[in-house]
Design a binder for this molecule. Structure first.
Ligand code: UDP
Length: 247
């Protein structure tokens, strides 16, 4: 699979349907692994934390979540086939899982949210089996490991604890869990549960979902100021590091 390297993170150049097909193939083959969906904030974390960056780059799929990653690829002359938002990937994967009666376990968010998210997904996609849920505010990660194993395991586990917690949880505990595919999906359970709303389509189409989130939740401003800084680092890389590489 082709990759696009952005500040040390190796994204896969893949469309949403291709990503779902690939994931389904791995689940059917019982090939254990995980999927990550880095946005610019996560790329930034990778630059500061080599161990975390290694975890991200060892994922079965590294999907470009966020318009900032797409702009960065364009600036750096790297080829990506477009944004694959974690939430869109999750929704499409669940649709495909439901057709084959697969089992999904949800980990993350405040108590009660994962249950509502699961119920909503089961209503939307008949055939889906909700293996179980666990909130994201646990003290001992082993309670989550046991919860998944005790309910008979799952084909897929959505781990929604925010980065880098979710990726580190997956890398550390995956081998002890009876499940095939793990997906780190940030705030997705809040969206599936209806606790958080996604931006109207027009914002998404214009690449302005970040702006909508900022309007709804001005406290995100601090986090979002990292985006222009991220673009500056990308431009610096293009001008000074890759100069002469014809990229
Ligand atoms: N969260 C959690 N456990 C924690 C910290 C966060 O389950 O210890 C959840 C939080 O409730 C939210 C999600 O992780 O549902 C992270 O959301 P955020 O908006 O930060 O993620 P993004 O989608 O922006 O990566």
């Amino acid at each position: 699979m082709k990759t696009a390297s952005i500040l040390g993170v190796h994204f896969h150049s893949i469309t949403l349907p291709q990503a779902v097909d690939y994931a389904m193939g791995r689940i059917r083959a019982r090939q254990q692994g995980y999927i990550v969906t880095p946005n610019p904030e996560i790329v930034d974390l990778c630059r500061q934390d080599t161990a975390f960056c290694n975890i991200v780059n060892h994922a079965a799929l590294v999907l470009p979540d966020g318009i900032g990653v797409i702009y960065a690829a364009k600036i750096l002359g790297e080829e990506l086939q477009g944004k694959v938002a974690g939430i869109d990937f999750a929704d499409a994967l669940v649709a495909a899982m439901a057709k084959e009666g697969m089992r999904l376990f949800l980990v993350g968010a405040k108590p009660g949210v994962a249950e509502t998210a699961g119920a909503n997904l089961c209503a939307k996609y008949p055939g889906l089996v909700l293996a179980g849920t666990h909130d994201g505010y646990f003290k001992d990660p082993l309670t989550v490991v046991s919860a998944i194993n005790d309910c008979g395991g799952a084909d897929v586990v959505f781990v929604c604890l925010g980065a880098p917690k979710q990726e580190k949880f997956i890398a550390e505990h995956m081998e002890d869990i009876h499940a095939t595919l793990f997906c780190g999906l940030g705030g997705s359970l809040d969206v599936f549960a209806g606790v958080a709303k996604r931006a109207p389509d027009i914002f998404i189409k214009l690449g302005l979902e970040w702006f909508y989130r900022l309007l709804k939740q001005p406290s995100r401003l601090g986090r979002m100021m990292k985006l222009p800084l991220f673009m500056l680092v990308v431009i610096k890389e293009k001008l000074f590091v890759r100069k002469g590489t014809h990229k």
